[in-house]
Design a protein around this ligand. Structure first.
Ligand SMILES: CC(C)(COP(=O)(O)OP(=O)(O)OC[C@H]1O[C@@H](n2cnc3c(N)ncnc32)[C@H](O)[C@@H]1OP(=O)(O)O)[C@@H](O)C(=O)NCCC(=O)NCCS
Length: 331
């Protein structure tokens, strides 16, 4: 009997502190209306407390899943974390999360795919379920973007926020869960959106820190053009090869980078705006966190058997789409 990997629970976490467009007006040369009309963002959350990192947000999201499903941390086989803001270069954030949760029987690792991190991690977790090797895998998308954002750079600081979302993957024998996926990378896109300093090519030095090379660098207009085409192409492709029409799709769950990119993707797919999950106005772009945070926000509105398309585009470049048959109804 074919085993599929089904999402059987979802939960999220966003920090309490709200950074509104109005407050950003006092920090950089921008204005609230411009941000909202050009991106769709009204506010974003920031993890303010000192000494807290990506793992702390992920742990809160995973605890929500354990509570909902009434399972213990020891039952988890694996934790896979999509993030570009790991707590440390090593050990992996997955290691740290396992320790903080007391997930003594789990192993795992981090996946670096920028805003497509959750999709890449979800497809990876799916393989381990489909082989029959593991029964309970947590897939997390979590980023503390405020740790790599320059709050004097209006090209980036208006967009990003902090947050984490997690899902539980379990085997399914009725064809529910992850049905198909298309993932892509193009490293020649690095120059448009990347973090230059801090790695092995340019380890941190006094000079690199002074030059702000450890912050996100983005050429917004170029990224916008690639993102519109990349997300729309891959979403249309996955629909076509699964013979799905716009009306067959119950929900589009797009990466939340810019409302205009989301609208273009939905339009190309022939999916109505009422079927598009949105939280960009409240959280901004939480990088790996956006898609699982949307699933969390809309959990009660999804039904067993719904055709759901997850779609993302990220720095470097990375992009992809996943076709999911939703596996459960909320009680
Ligand atoms: C960053 C982004 C919002 C900028 O929007 P844009 O419409 O491309 O803005 P532009 O750079 O073309 O600038 C348009 C005008 O707004 C101004 N502007 C740029 N940033 C501004 C800001 N933060 N506040 C106010 N005005 C701003 C520019 O100076 C320019 O003014 P001008 O027309 O008088 O010269 C947009 O390019 C974007 O969303 N890019 C993709 C980002 C993304 O998806 N990243 C993550 C992928 S994972």
């Amino acid at each position: 009997m074919k085993i599929t990997a089904a999402i059987t629970a979802v939960h999220g976490y966003v920090p309490d502190y709200v950074l509104s467009n109005q407050v950003l007006e006092t920090m950089v040369d921008t204005n609230s209306e411009w941000i909202e009309s050009r991106t769709g963002i009204k506010e974003r959350r920031i993890l303010k407390s000192k000494g807290l990192g990506t793992s702390d947000m992920a742990v809160e999201a995973i605890k929500g899943i354990l509570d909902k499903k009434k399972i213990s941390a020891e039952e988890i086989d694996m934790i896979i974390v999509g993030t570009v803001t790991p707590d440390h270069i090593f050990p992996s954030t997955s290691n740290i999360i396992c320790d903080k949760l007391g997930a003594k029987n789990a192993w795992g690792y981090d996946i670096s795919a920028a805003c497509s991190g959750f999709l890449f991690a979800l497809v990876t977790g799916t393989q381990f379920i489909e082989t029959g090797k593991f029964k309970k895998i947590i897939v997390v998308g979590a980023d503390k973007m405020s740790s790599i954002i320059d709050y004097t750079d209006r090209a980036t600081c208006i967009i990003f926020g902090d947050g984490a979302g997690a899902v539980l993957l379990e085997p399914n024998y009725e064809g529910l869960g992850i049905v198909d996926s298309i993932l892509k990378v193009d490293g020649s896109g690095k120059k448009y959106l990347f973090q230059q300093g801090g790695g092995s090519v340019q380890p941190p030095t006094m000079r690199s820190v002074a030059a702000k090379e450890h912050f996100v660098y983005q050429e917004g207009q170029s990224v916008f053009k690639f993102a519109v085409k990349g997300m729309a192409d891959v979403s249309a492709e996955i629909m076509e090869r699964n013979k799905l029409k716009g009306e067959d799709v119950a929900w589009l769950v797009p990466h939340q980078a810019n409302k205009r990119i989301i609208d273009a993707t939905a339009n190309r797919m022939g999916v109505g705006t009422d079927k598009v999950m949105l939280n960009i106005h409240r959280y901004g772009n939480t990088t790996s966190g956006t898609i699982p945070l949307c699933l969390w926000d809309y959990e009660k509105q999804m039904h067993q058997g719904d055709n759901i398309i997850l779609s993302a585009f990220g720095g470097g470049f990375t992009w992809g789409a996943i076709y999911v048959k939703w596996a459960y109804n909320c009680s």
